[in-house]
Design a protein. Structure first.
Length: 413
């Protein structure tokens, strides 16, 4: 336990250019609430983020957001390249800033998982996913010229997010088998040019993207998400430590003031446990697998966010013993704060120094040790539907409502 009687998970912490009120972070959560043009659904998405933000210094990481039309193959996932998308994201930022949170944008490019004809089916190498039909074509390996174009797309998307949409920063999605991860891992990268083969070559694309994004928006507005141990989408090197050790050392040399690294914990192997496949949904949240990252990164006083199945108890212990910020995903879906109607978006931006509530519902419940609501999995991915069910209709904590004063919004306009 830290010197204060308050666990470290609930104590303030500095992150990049931001002062956070606690270490409870909202992890990126794909929800598919965008229209056919990848524009976040008006009103509904803003309310969703507003419900999850109440106090200055709550870090929210947005759902994965496509950087360009050719860089995403999922219908109804949001984008950040068009003016309509940027304007829609401005609404989300106004909501979240009005609720005094710290929104960040997470950017990704699909690569192998994309679904033609929505976008080009490309990757680091022409290796199809094992789950695809044998009748489907293999992805096309990106040329070096195209790789340079994608680097620029990431940089422009970061600029759109920070300088035009109003986000406090960006998190680059280098995890879970998407394009950057496909270049990093030897199971998906069989190139023989300057982007394949050696560790130095396989990490080149990730570092070029990071360099370009940092140049546009700054080190202290940039984070990077990694998943060294994830088998998702056919990833999973036999030994990821050398590759990710080299990558992190390079990041420390190039960008010593990077806001943070966000790493996903290793999932428990159900075969090793002799249990059903369902146990693969468990994470080794108090294991030592990510300690090699902590030895490199956290030992220098840099911030590490870790994600993967944390509970209140494990989150408190890991924040206390290892100093991490703890990202919660599904619990942020189903444990929320009351949100107020928007009477004036200008008011919301101007009121960022006056929180409407004492705490967001999830950090409040975690701190108080209250029961948490479970999410409705059937509504996680309601593609393009402007339906609040399972999105903005979860119940609030009765104790939260009793202890937290309600604010008359109209009286403050």
């Amino acid at each position: 336990m830290s010197s204060s009687s308050t666990p470290a998970l609930f104590q303030p912490i500095h992150l990049g250019r931001l002062e956070l009120a606690h270490r409870v972070v909202m992890a990126p959560l794909t929800r598919f609430r965008a229209d056919a043009s990848h524009v976040p659904l008006p009103g509904l998405v803003a309310q969703y983020y507003a419900q999850r933000a109440s106090v200055p210094g709550t870090l929210l990481i947005s759902e994965a957001t496509f950087i360009a039309p050719r860089a995403g193959g999922y219908a109804h996932a949001p984008g950040i390249w068009s003016q309509d998308q940027i304007r829609a994201w401005q609404e989300q930022c106004l909501w979240a800033l009005g609720r005094a949170a710290v929104p960040r944008q997470l950017e990704k490019e699909l690569g192998v998982p994309s679904n033609p004809p929505n976008s080009p089916y490309v990757s680091a190498s022409p290796i199809p996913l094992s789950t695809r039909s044998s009748k489907d074509p293999a992805p096309r390996a990106l040329s070096e010229l195209e790789i340079a174009e994608y680097v620029e797309l990431y940089a422009q998307a970061a600029e759109n997010a920070v300088k035009h949409a109003g986000f406090d920063g960006v998190e680059i999605h280098g995890a879970n088998g998407y394009l950057i991860d496909q270049f990093l891992q030897d199971v998906s990268n069989q190139r023989t040019d300057g982007y394949g083969g050696s560790i130095e070559n396989r990490t080149r694309f990730a570092l070029e993207v990071l360099d370009a994004v940092v140049k546009r928006v700054g080190e202290n507005r940039t984070g990077l998400r990694l998943s060294p141990w994830s088998p998702h989408q056919d990833m999973g090197m036999k030994d990821p430590v050398p590759t990710f050790t080299y990558l992190i050392n390079q990041i420390m040399q190039r960008h010593p003031d990077l806001s943070y690294i966000h790493s996903i914990e290793k999932r428990i192997n159900p075969v090793e446990k002799g249990e059903p496949v369902a146990s693969a949904d468990e994470f080794a949240v108090e294991g030592t697998d990510n300690d090699f990252i902590r030895r490199l990164w956290s030992s220098e006083g840099k911030r590490l966010i870790t994600a993967g199945g944390y509970t209140r108890e494990t989150g408190i212990r890991v924040a206390e013993r290892k100093g991490d910020l703890i990202a919660y995903g599904r619990l942020f879906i189903s444990n929320v704060s009351p949100s107020l109607p928007v009477y004036s978006t200008l008011f919301l931006r101007l009121s960022t120094d006056q929180p409407l509530y004492d705490q967001p519902d999830l950090p409040y419940r975690l701190r108080k040790g209250l029961p948490v609501e479970k999410g409705d999995r059937s509504t996680y991915y309601s593609r393009g539907k402007a339906d609040p069910k399972g999105y903005t209709d979860y119940p609030f904590s009765e104790q939260f409502d009793r202890e937290t004063p309600t604010v008359n919004v109209r009286s403050r306009l």
